[in-house]
Write a protein that binds this ligand. Structure first.
Ligand SMILES: C[S@@+](CC[C@H](N)C(=O)[O-])C[C@H]1O[C@@H](n2cnc3c(N)ncnc32)[C@H](O)[C@@H]1O
Length: 270
């Protein structure tokens, strides 16, 4: 039997997508929503793809990935979800080997999506000013690092994102991307812009129109080119009771306006 450091992570999945993460390790554990048990004993004789009953629940044993980890994450601050994270990652070109700055880190909602695509050659710097939020974010990221096959070189800095220059230079030299999710993102744009490489991108996550407008103006006054601004609308469809499918009654409403701006070379003086 492996020790708990190396023990295999598994997810027990309800048919509707709810999932519970646990490690195949001896000793009693408490899994929120499932209760207390010895996971090693419970899973004896079972492997991935099997169905297992725990209490009243009938569950499929699956290999955990980002969706299962997110279902289980602890939350304190409002998190950026799949709708906006997916768009930001694709539009900004974030992937294996990217050098990315993100803050506020909060509960790591965005950071978990980022880590999932950056591979072990990527560098992710997360910044969070509130210790109690950083603690929750770190817990979520630490567990994700055990679940994913690859995880970036991740640094969680407790402090103000506007003072992050030296850390960025020290950890990765320069940035491919920076994503700012704090109440006043425009206040830190001028500090972060010099850390971007030419062609690198900065995004601001702006719940209100005033934030969007201010970020837009400050990004441009710092020489950045606004490539995309707007919001992603998600509308789910459901099966209708009398047959067919139709839009559901609970669409995800407004989350935030996104602004993505790119760094270009300075115009030469005549
Ligand atoms: C909405 S939450 C971030 C959520 C996070 N992006 C996620 O997806 O889970 C905003 C966070 O920014 C932090 N924050 C506010 N101002 C900050 C600053 N200047 N530097 C670093 N963090 C800051 C807050 O403490 C809070 O945790």
């Amino acid at each position: 039997m492996k020790n708990s450091e190396e023990a295999e992570w598994l997810a027990l999945r309800e048919d509707d997508g709810r999932a519970y993460l646990l490690q195949r390790a001896p000793g009693e554990v408490k899994v929120k929503g499932l209760g207390r048990f010895d996971a090693y004993e419970l899973l004896k004789g079972y492997s991935e793809g099997d169905r297992i009953t725990v209490g009243q629940k009938s569950l499929t044993i699956v290999k955990p990935s980002l969706p299962e980890a997110r279902r289980n994450m602890a939350r304190r601050a409002q998190v950026i979800g799949a709708k906006d994270s997916g768009f930001l990652i694709s539009w900004m070109g974030i992937g294996v080997g990217s050098k990315v700055l993100e803050g506020g880190h909060g509960s790591a909602g965005l950071a978990m999506h980022l880590a999932n695509v950056m591979g072990s050659s990527g560098t992710l710097i997360s910044v969070e000013s509130r210790a109690e939020h950083a603690e929750v974010g770190r817990k979520n990221m630490d567990r994700l690092s055990e679940v994913l096959p690859e995880f970036p070189d991740w640094h969680l800095i407790e402090g103000n994102i506007s003072n992050i220059g030296d850390t960025v230079v020290d950890k990765c030299g320069w940035l491919d991307s920076a994503i700012i999710d704090i109440a006043e993102p425009w206040e830190v744009i001028s500090e972060i812009e010099p850390l971007l490489r030419a062609g690198g991108r900065l995004a601001c996550y702006c719940p209100t129109t005033i934030q969007l407008e201010k970020c837009w103006a400050v990004a441009e006054s710092n020489g950045l080119i606004v490539e995309w601004a707007g919001e992603m609308i998600e509308r789910r469809w459901v099966k209708a009771s009398r047959g067919g499918v139709r839009p559901g009654n609970t669409p995800i409403g407004h989350t935030a306006f996104l602004l993505i701006a790119a760094k270009v070379a300075e115009i030469e003086e005549e």
